[in-house]
Write a protein that binds this ligand. Structure first.
Ligand code: ADP
Ligand code: MG
Length: 682
């Protein structure tokens, strides 16, 4: 196509394209641009393909030339639609959305250089917006004459000599130069589209002009752009023969914001609704969760609810209440924690599996990092990349200190804030967290509470709606059944179809996606049920010296679990059955972790403050005795303490020894001599 033809054909398209419902789609869009002050015309590529396939082909194969003329024809047409606006802006851009072919990021090759392509990706990194000089003005030091130099490439081009007086000394004149906004972002393969066992690949994308800030780290986007190659520099020796590919963006379509995660056709919808009518649906859903893993029925039920999630609420005063649930699995090695986490990351409509250490510089949350070029960039970590999905965090106890701080905000407010290196940003992390932790001492010690068993602060533990403890105890009956199950899973054979069968992962994923569209509301009966439970638990701890059993955090968790269960039935009402099921799971979880081993009472204080009430009482008694002995003898004697505490408080010698140990470990007392103790802080 000749250039004149190009420009004319595109103008023809702008004027002539019509659909059944709309006479002049692009003329209308042009007139709207003036109203919204936009300089970009967004064109649906399929419209162009339908109207003028040859022009469409030209644009894909020869975009540099073709876009230039398409932009010019927009200006021409705008002069007719709105001459004043055309004059005021002077330059317009055509931006293409929805190319017929989505190129996989890892398939971009040398063949694509100079071509227009579209990729689907997640944005993982962004630099601040910076002005980029496109026409640099240089003032001659001798005669003051201005020389303008068009700029291309990464380095500034300077004139050789002044056209007027031939002098070679210049000053850069910022006022006479023209700048545009510029930003670099990094696009990476979406975690859920990654081939199994592969590391995600990424490509840098340059955004210019009105495209800057079109996407933030964590956003999912379809990016249309021209593939370009930039020479790799080898220091002073000059450029290498290998080049690095990058994408010069033409359009960034941020789909992740509202779009559905999975497409559900009307047929799917009919099928899923039919499924939900099955009287055994809840059982089928439960048994569809990690069918290869034996046992753990309650944990699987909880995971099913985590996948469905509760309802996020935006209160009139601007406060958001998260709908996403967080679950923690703590336990002995080899109890299928990692296997469950990996399963969930695979089956969740948007799942991501990471270890506590994180696999990138950004770790679990977000970080400001220094780029190769020396500038700063904001990089999203796992919780941001899993926005609107499920983040499986294995070995969460090994996360980095920076993440320990940031995860508090991420798990309750569901945002990650960063203010460092001149970058200030708040990213979304509306993520359900399924985490696993190993006991600090290798195996779970049932005589210590959960916070003593794992290396995580109480403030993080209390952000989990449910915590389950997995203990590996030899049990002949159980071992036989489990080994049978594992061996059969490994034996390749035709599976007989049982009457009630689990759902295949694709169906389960669709079911969850569809269920998540429903926003169930609490019925009065459900409210009564939850309130009764809450008040009862609070009342048992009513007397001032008994442990507090439950806090408002657990009440919110109960609501989320009940709502999630209603979604499993595709129901928009939360019934009292939903509430009862939530209460059952909550009780189990509290028993797993919160039981005060000494009194047998459920003691949420164990999770909230790290010590069961009975232990705090004992510590207090011992501290009191140590204080008395210090006054009388200068230091407390272990043997004497044991005697007094046995007679006055009924504590065994072993208990006294263990509490003394604990107090020394926490630095509350110290031992000046073996068998003697003094208070460290008076
Ligand atoms: P963890 O992360 O708890 O240390 P893993 O998930 O790595 O343990 O489990 C170790 C192996 O044992 C995995 O292959 C897992 O499938 C198997 N396994 C452990 N418990 C079960 C179970 N209940 N049912 C089936 N397989 C199990
Ligand atoms: Mg593991």
């Amino acid at each position: 196509m000749s250039t004149a033809e190009l420009q004319e054909s595109f103008r023809e398209f702008l004027r002539g394209f019509r659909t059944e419902i709309e006479e002049q789609k692009y003329r209308r869009r042009l007139s709207q641009m003036a109203l919204t002050g936009s300089k970009s015309l967004i064109v649906d590529f399929e419209d162009l393909m339908a109207f003028d396939p040859e022009l469409a082909k030209e644009i894909v194969n020869n975009p540099d030339e073709a876009l230039k003329y398409a932009n010019a024809s927009i200006l021409e047409q705008m002069r007719i639609e709105d001459p004043e606006y055309a004059e005021q802006v002077g330059e317009f851009f055509v931006r293409f959305r929805g190319l017929p072919e989505r190129l996989s990021l890892r398939r971009i090759r040398a063949d694509h250089i100079g071509k227009l392509v579209m990729i689907d990706a997640i944005i993982v990194r962004a630099t601040p917006v910076q002005p980029l000089v496109v026409k640099a003005a240089f003032r001659c030091r001798r005669c003051n004459e201005i020389t303008l130099v068009e700029q291309k490439g990464p380095l500034m081009r300077v004139p050789l000599f002044c056209a007027n007086c031939k002098a070679r000394q210049f000053d850069f004149d910022e006022k006479e130069s023209s700048f545009i906004d510029s930003q670099e972002i990094r696009a990476q393969e979406k975690p859920e589209e990654l081939p199994p066992g592969q590391l995600p690949r990424s490509i840098d994308v340059t955004l210019r002009d009105d495209l800057v800030d079109a996407a933030r780290p964590g956003d999912r986007a379809s990016i249309t752009g021209i593939v370009r190659a930039q020479q790799t520099m080898a220091g002073r020796r000059g450029g290498l023969r290998t080049f690095e590919l990058y994408l010069d963006a033409n359009y960034v379509d941020v789909s992740g914001r509202e779009a559905e995660i999975l497409e559900i056709t009307p047929e799917d919808e009919r099928y899923l609704k039919g499924l939900s009518k099955d009287p055994w649906i809840l059982n089928r859903l439960k048994m569809s969760i990690a069918p290869s893993i034996y046992g753990y029925e309650d944990v699987k039920e909880a995971i099913l609810y985590l996948l469905h999630g509760g309802v996020r609420k935006e209160l009139p005063d601007g406060i958001n209440l998260r709908g996403d649930m967080n679950i923690l699995l703590v336990g002995d090695p080899g109890t299928a924690k990692s296997a469950l986490l990996q399963y969930v990351a695979r089956v969740a409509p948007r799942g991501l599996y990471t270890s506590g250490r994180g696999s990138t510089a950004a770790g679990l949350t977000a970080a400001v990092i220094r780029e190769k070029s020396g500038g700063m960039a904001l990089e999203a970590g796992a919780l941001v990349l899993a926005d609107k999905g499920v983040c499986s965090i294995d070995e969460i106890d090994k996360m980095r200190p920076e993440d320990r701080v940031a995860i508090h905000e991420a798990m309750e407010q569901q945002t990650v804030s960063v203010a460092k290196g001149g970058i200030v940003a708040t990213l979304n992390a509306r993520t359900s967290v399924l985490a696993a932790a190993n006991p600090a001492l290798g195996r779970y010690d049932p005589y210590r509470n959960v916070s003593e068993n794992i290396n995580l602060p109480i403030t993080i533990l209390s952000r989990f709606d449910l915590i389950f403890v997995f203990r590996d105890m030899p049990d002949e009956e159980l071992d036989r059944k489990m080994s049978d199950h594992i061996l059969r899973t490994h034996q390749i054979r035709a599976t007989p179809m049982p009457e009630v069968s689990p759902l295949p992962p694709e169906i389960l994923r669709k079911y969850i996606s569809y269920a998540k569209r429903i926003t169930p509301t609490l019925t009065d009966e459900a409210i009564r049920e939850l309130k009764d439970f809450y008040l009862k638990m609070r009342a048992t701890s009513g007397a001032s010296d008994s442990p507090i059993a439950i806090t408002p955090r657990q009440l919110e968790a109960l609501i989320r679990i009940s709502e999630a269960r209603a979604r499993c039935f595709l129901r928009d009402k939360v019934t009292s059955e939903d509430a009862k099921a939530a209460i059952r799971l909550m009780t189990i979880s509290l028993q797993h972790v919160g039981i005060d081993v000494a009194t047998g009472k459920i003691d949420i204080d164990v999770i909230m403050t790290g010590k069961p009430k009975s232990l705090r009482d004992k510590m207090q008694a011992i501290m009191g005795e140590i204080a008395k002995e210090e006054k009388e003898y200068g230091a407390a004697e272990e043997e004497r303490l044991k005697g007094t505490l046995a007679s006055q408080y009924g504590m065994s010698e072993a208990e006294v020894a263990s509490v003394l140990n604990q107090l020394v470990k926490e630095g509350i007392i110290y031992s000046p001599k073996p068998g003697q103790y003094k208070r460290a802080l008076i």
